[in-house]
Design a binder for this molecule. Structure first.
Ligand SMILES: Cc1ncc(COP(=O)(O)O)c(C=O)c1O
Ligand SMILES: N[C@@H](CCOP(=O)(O)O)C(=O)O
Length: 455
């Protein structure tokens, strides 16, 4: 399998090179040249464990990793999860909740970042050299990436988060990791600023290759690939219980990485009749799927801070497919967006339904699920549930809501909704932990200087 850039100005490369490349040198994002059609294999795969299913799917894409090595990487990556199922599916009320938060940092990001951390280590052991990761986070990618690579040889990780805009627990999870190879930067700005700094620095190809920079964000194709697995896994679990021939997925969305994985899974043959895209008040994506206009607004802080994003990185990958894989047209659209802050696409994509779950709705859903079902939703998941409920039909098609984080990461919101704080022993243990973090201006030169001084 070879990988190309959405912007079309890169020679195709193999999987391992794609993982190390992160952002394409032409500024685009990497995608496989072709997506495999796996519809005919679904029945055979339906009873596989999470790890075995991950192996079957990933081996179609990671064709330059020997099968035995890939199996070991997958086993190792999911051995750190607190649920033997990795991603259990739980019926709650009318919905199915896909719990993606059983990994080390209690967020769905662990599913891909435990794997990516091990993959980086594997590649460096094979090829030699070093890696300096530069990442941007609105809260969860940061700690999952840090836990994925902490203490690993020849890897440094620099994570930028928007100062004061993550939940206090998320911040502590990142800054309490004191390993020598971990650097936390609190940027005076929004997540969009952090992501922009990261992409601008990656776009300087000489600087990027000269300092062996790599990406842990969903810029990295391996992130998206690992996230496709749980859509299939959830479909099989729901099919077992209900006999359904198809399901719908509701996905709380910010950077469009998680739902892009679902979109790609559908292109590969996943029987999902609808992808329900849910945003908080930072609703650029739900507006797009309802109006065709992708126009940037001001980031507002919400109860679901990890989705306080306006410029969704992976939207470019989706637009590539929406333009019929027309790199030239896509590049024009991206340039129009970066110059004017808006771009319009004609026609609708019937696969998607989209809506916004605002603060009041988020709190009310958390309260109701707690009272009626004794189940605590984190505020991001609650946004997905609020929007999913709006699109419930009488057709009897089951809906799977992706539960993207453990509620204890956002205990203030839970307390506001239910009157009781949410806890998890792993997070409680961090309460008085020593922390380390440097504050930095929203300034590309300052970030570059910082990197150079630490590498
Ligand atoms: C808890 C949580 N839910 C949902 C999302 C949104 O996912 P994505 O950015 O892939 O759309 C994020 C951030 O990525 C998150 O951390
Ligand atoms: N919500 C994310 C934002 C970064 O998204 P990514 O999927 O591109 O890493 C976060 O928690 O940091």
């Amino acid at each position: 399998m070879k990988y190309i850039s959405t912007r079309g100005k890169m020679e195709p490369i193999g999987f391992l090179d794609a993982v190390m490349t992160g952002l394409a040198p032409d500024g685009g994002l990497l995608l496989p040249e072709e997506l495999p059609d796996i519809a005919s294999r679904l029945e055979t795969w339906s009873k596989l464990s999470y790890q075995d299913l991950a192996f079957e799917i990933m081996s179609l894409f990671a064709t330059d990793i020997p099968a035995d090595d890939l199996k070991i990487l997958i086993e190792k990556s999911y051995s750190t999860f607190r649920s033997p199922e990795v991603a259990p599916v739980v019926p709650v009320g009318e919905l199915f909740i896909l719990e993606l938060w059983h990994g080390p940092t209690l967020a769905f990001k662990d599913v891909a970042l435990q794997f990516l951390g091990n993959l980086f280590e594997y590649i460096l052991q094979k090829r030699g050299g070093e890696l300096n990761i530069l990442g941007a986070t609105s809260g969860d990618t940061g700690s999952a990436a840090i836990y994925g690579v902490r203490g690993k040889e020849n890897i440094n990780i620099f994570i930028m988060h928007p100062k004061g805009r993550t939940s206090p627990v998320q911040e502590r999870q990142m800054t309490s990791v004191l390993d020598d190879n971990v650097f936390n930067l609190a940027v005076e700005g929004t997540f969009d600023d952090c992501q922009h700094l990261m992409k601008t620095i990656f776009a300087d190809v000489d600087f990027k290759t000269g300092h062996s920079l790599g990406s842990v964000n969903s810029v990295n194709w391996a992130r998206v690939l690992a996230q496709t697995v749980y859509y299939f896994y959830a479909f099989f679990r729901v099919q077992e219980r209900t006999g359904a021939a198809e399901v719908r997925f509701s996905v709380p969305t910010g950077n469009f990485g998680d739902i892009l994985a679902g979109y790609l899974a559908v292109q590969m043959g996943l029987p999902a009749g609808k992808l329900i895209l849910a945003t908080n008040e930072n609703n650029i994506l739900s507006r797009f799927f309802n109006t065709g206009e992708y126009s940037v607004g001001k980031v507002v802080p919400t109860l679901s801070p990890s989705m306080d994003i306006q410029v969704a990185s992976n939207f470019e990958r989706y637009l590539y497919y929406r333009t019929g894989k027309n790199s030239e047209k896509l590049a024009e659209m991206m340039s129009c967006f970066s110059q004017t802050g808006a771009v319009t696409v004609e026609g609708a994509d019937e696969l998607f339904a989209a809506g916004e779950g605002n603060t009041e709705q988020t709190l009310s859903v958390i309260r109701r699920y707690s009272e009626e079902y004794g189940y605590t939703l984190d505020p991001h998941t609650a946004v997905g549930v609020a929007v999913a409920e709006r699109f419930q039909t009488s057709e009897n098609i089951p809906t799977v809501c992706l539960a993207t984080a453990h509620p204890a990461k956002f205990t203030d919101a839970i307390e506001q909704a239910t009157g009781t704080a949410a806890h998890h022993p792993v997070l409680d243990a961090l309460a008085d932990a020593e922390t380390r973090c440097d504050t930095i201006a929203n300034d590309e030169a300052a970030v570059r200087d910082y990197l150079v001084s630490k590498i």
